[in-house]
Design a protein around this ligand. Structure first.
Ligand code: FAD
Length: 383
């Protein structure tokens, strides 16, 4: 008998109409973190996902945790996110964010305003010390910004831990639609049953705009394909410091981010910038004539110049969907109307512990917490 969640509504033939208090749509890192927060609070919550947890944007082995962001309010959330990861590590008894640190090139004092405003430890180091800070890096000019509290998130381990904690609160069902009928509640049509919930939290990643449109939200989430090759660290550089990396200097011809894959001896690189990803065509495929090869070639060329400690041929490539609001890379927003909330943006893995709590607050109170209201205004360009 499959677990379908919720309670059977009297008079529904065959039990296809059910009711529950809170539904979370999507078992990526945000939906799982929200469900986990609600389960710990004793809430009646069911999470729906038609695929195994972590199959969407949260897939893969590594993500960067960094404290530095342009918006001081996001820095404050990152600090809370890091504290949340420590708490998850305590529950799990295993490390979820490494102590590799994060190093940035091409940053000045103005870029550290958010770190200073939030009392986050950081310092500038003379780039002559590059090998001490980042064992595979070529000589660079200027100064490097060091964020010792950054590190590589063990993404798969996070998903497995959360999925284990929430257990059978995840119902394996696809959600067809979310609508707000007259008469109260929110209707969720799924492959398993039709549910009526008091509150629905949409954490469905790329599907958020479509599902949220049923609740009247217009969510301007851009989606494009992003290439992420990974490279082997050369034998002679193993054991050296291998931090997360953000290069906005342009010294090696590209803006690039990088992250170690745990302690596997592999390192991923990706391009940063407004035009580095390839938009889909109407079929959801690469448009005719376009290819990811040029992006991979740009990263190979970058690795050869900037990171001689990496073997120059990628040993694997992930092609993933990148989602962004018009505000850019670190922008996100939570939309809310009575009975429904929806989250969209980018670079949210690092914030999952704190966003999970804030989304749980939203679901329980049916009000948007002030922190999310302010961030939302900034994301949509409201002063
Ligand atoms: C290449 C890349 C690099 C990144 N780097 C970083 C980084 O360094 N640091 C960082 O913090 N973040 C990073 N991010 C962003 C981060 O991974 C995402 O912001 C985060 O994983 C989003 O999680 P989510 O739970 O919102 O979405 P998802 O993980 O996509 O989860 C949504 C879930 O909803 C399910 N779903 C969809 N439609 C339906 C439906 N109709 N019915 C039921 N279920 C449905 C999907 O199956 C999926 O499991 C990166 C992302 C990418 C792609």
């Amino acid at each position: 008998m499959p677990v379908v969640g919720g309670r059977f509504v009297d008079g529904s033939r065959g039990g296809y109409r059910r009711e529950l208090d809170i539904a979370v749509v999507g078992a990526g890192v945000l939906g799982l973190a929200t469900t986990d927060a609600l389960v710990r609070r004793g809430a009646d919550v069911t999470c729906f996902d038609g695929r195994p947890p972590g199959s969407g944007l949260s897939g893969g082995l590594t993500r960067t945790f960094r404290n530095r962001h342009d918006d001081p309010r996001v820095v404050r959330l990152a600090v809370a996110g890091r504290a949340g990861y420590r708490e998850w590590e305590r529950r799990l008894g295993r490390r979820l964010v490494g102590d590799e640190g994060a190093v940035y090139a091409g940053m000045g004092e103005a870029d550290t305003a958010g770190l200073r405003a939030n009392g986050v430890a950081h310092h500038f180091a003379d780039a002559a010390r590059h090998r001490e800070l980042f064992g595979v890096l070529a000589p660079v000019s200027g100064r490097l910004l060091v964020d010792p509290g950054g590190g590589a998130i063990r993404a798969r381990r996070v998903i497995d831990a959360l999925a284990g904690w929430v257990g059978d609160r995840v119902v394996p069902a696809d959600v067809h639609s979310v609508t707000v009928p007259s008469g109260g509640g929110v209707e969720i049509q799924t492959t398993e049953a039709i549910y009526r919930a008091r509150h629905v939290v949409l954490c469905a990643g790329t599907a958020v705009p479509r599902l949220a449109s049923g609740a009247g939200f217009e969510i301007p989430l851009r989606q494009a394909l992003h290439a992420r090759p990974h490279f082997r660290v050369r034998e002679e550089c193993r054991g050296g410091p291998l931090p997360c990396w953000v290069d906005r200097s342009g010294e090696f011809g590209e803006w690039v981010y990088g992250s170690p894959i745990g302690s596997t001896g592999s390192y991923v690189l990706g391009l940063i910038g407004p035009d580095v990803d390839v938009p889909f065509d109407a079929r959801g495929a690469l448009p005719p004539g376009s290819t990811m090869d040029t992006r991979v070639e740009r990263l190979r060329s970058y690795a050869r110049k900037a990171m001689p400690g990496l073997a120059p041929e990628p040993v694997g490539i992930r092609v993933c969907v990148m989602t962004k609001l018009p505000v850019g890379s670190d922008g996100f927003r939570v939309w809310h109307a009575p009975g429904v909330s929806a989250v969209a943006g980018h670079n949210l893995f690092k914030l999952a512990p704190v966003l999970g709590e804030l989304l749980a607050d939203t679901a329980q109170s049916d009000e948007l917490p002030a922190t999310l209201r302010e961030i939302g205004d900034a994301a949509m360009g409201v002063a």
